[in-house]
Design a protein around this ligand. Sequence first.
Ligand SMILES: CC(=O)SCCNC(=O)CCNC(=O)[C@H](O)C(C)(C)COP(=O)(O)OP(=O)(O)OC[C@H]1O[C@@H](n2cnc3c(N)ncnc32)[C@H](O)[C@@H]1OP(=O)(O)O
Ligand SMILES: N[C@@H](CCO)C(=O)O
Length: 394
Amino acid sequence: MGESIRRVEGRVRLGPLTLESGEVLPEVELAYEDVGPAEAPVVLVCHALTGSHRTVGTSAAPGWWHPLVGVGKAVDPRRLRVITFNVLGGQDGSTGPRSIDPRNGRPYRARFPFVTIRDMVRAQRLGLIELGVNHVVAVIGGSMGGMQVLEWGLMYPDFMDLLVPLAVTPATSAFAIAFNAVGRLAITSDPAWREGEYPEDDPPAVGLSLARMIGVLTYRTPEQFARRFGRSLKHGWGHDHREVAFQVESYLLYQGEKLVERFDANSYLYLLKAVDSHDIGRGRGGWREAARGYRARIVAVGFRGDLLYPPEEIRSFVEHLRALGKDAIYAEVASEYGHDAFLVEGEQVGEILRRHAPELFPDPAPASADPEGAALLAASRSASEKTVPSPISG
Ligand SMILES: CC(=O)SCCNC(=O)CCNC(=O)[C@H](O)C(C)(C)COP(=O)(O)OP(=O)(O)OC[C@H]1O[C@@H](n2cnc3c(N)ncnc32)[C@H](O)[C@@H]1OP(=O)(O)O
Ligand SMILES: N[C@@H](CCO)C(=O)O
């Protein structure tokens, strides 16, 4: 970041935390990134499955959401204080399966308790209080991050002014749970998983890799694969069923390997379970009834071709909110990235935020005055598609 922009990475200690299940984690810590002026209005960002608290990052290592959050972007840390926590159950410094259980001095691994999206949100609320934050202007997140956004709005309805759930439905569908179940089975049936007791340098690589490959199939679209790979061959066409004949196979294998390099298999299992737990209506009379509890304004975004969280379901959710008299709008983004578009189409999501919440996300001041900001801008991806206006956008 430029010298003028404050960026802190740290950990907050929360002490014991009673989970939704009734189990108690005796010592909980959350890793966080805190970027922007300390006195500025706070935007809380919630990360997705394999993201981390490094939302903005640095010019040398831009964070996972650099297309949307950063100098010159819609969520600009020159005027907003942007805070992200690594989720409870995560693997980037927050308490999770890799952490030491203080009761016996051993890593939890597969003995870590089941955590839900609500547990993640409660931990973050305690984390914000530790950081001296009692109100945020917006909570933003996509996918598993969007689940946290929806829960934030019900668990602490007056804590924020605006909720921005992206690529998420009010409850995880049977179809999405089914893919998660297959992913988990891929990991747990790899003999290298060893009931979670694998050494750090010998993880269940085949299982985790396979789980990611299955996941990637649901995060993208047939259109993207057709355009990128078509039937292009990697090697000459042979007759061995073990060969990697097509480019698309090579790509998928690489995506699997890449995750093995950067993610813990046990944490992946727990986070998939947390995703399965997502249902804003659980214990609240169903999602339609639960929706009555929102008090903050909502700008919800769906992504064309999202197999897991179909835009039409998000749109119906917003229609229901509006029928309840809530201040909610829906906008849709077209992208061949499908579900993953929430991560890469930052320019389009930024346009939606500027249009519907200009008081928080005004047109950016040029980043050129800040050389590091310009470098971050250059690092972001260009969006090729345009935002699709929705008839129910305000
Ligand atoms: C951006 C980050 O910070 S990632 C690390 C933190 N984690 C996160 O942010 C979680 C969320 N992020 C993600 O899910 C992803 O990073 C996304 C969706 C944002 C982008 O996905 P990517 O995998 O980077 O994009 P994409 O699908 O274009 O794949 C590109 C990779 O496939 C490789 N590739 C492309 N075609 C082929 C092929 N035929 N055979 C083998 N590899 C191939 C590219 O070389 C490239 O490799 P690289 O990642 O080492 O540069
Ligand atoms: N690509 C996303 C998918 C889940 O939203 C991730 O890895 O977090």
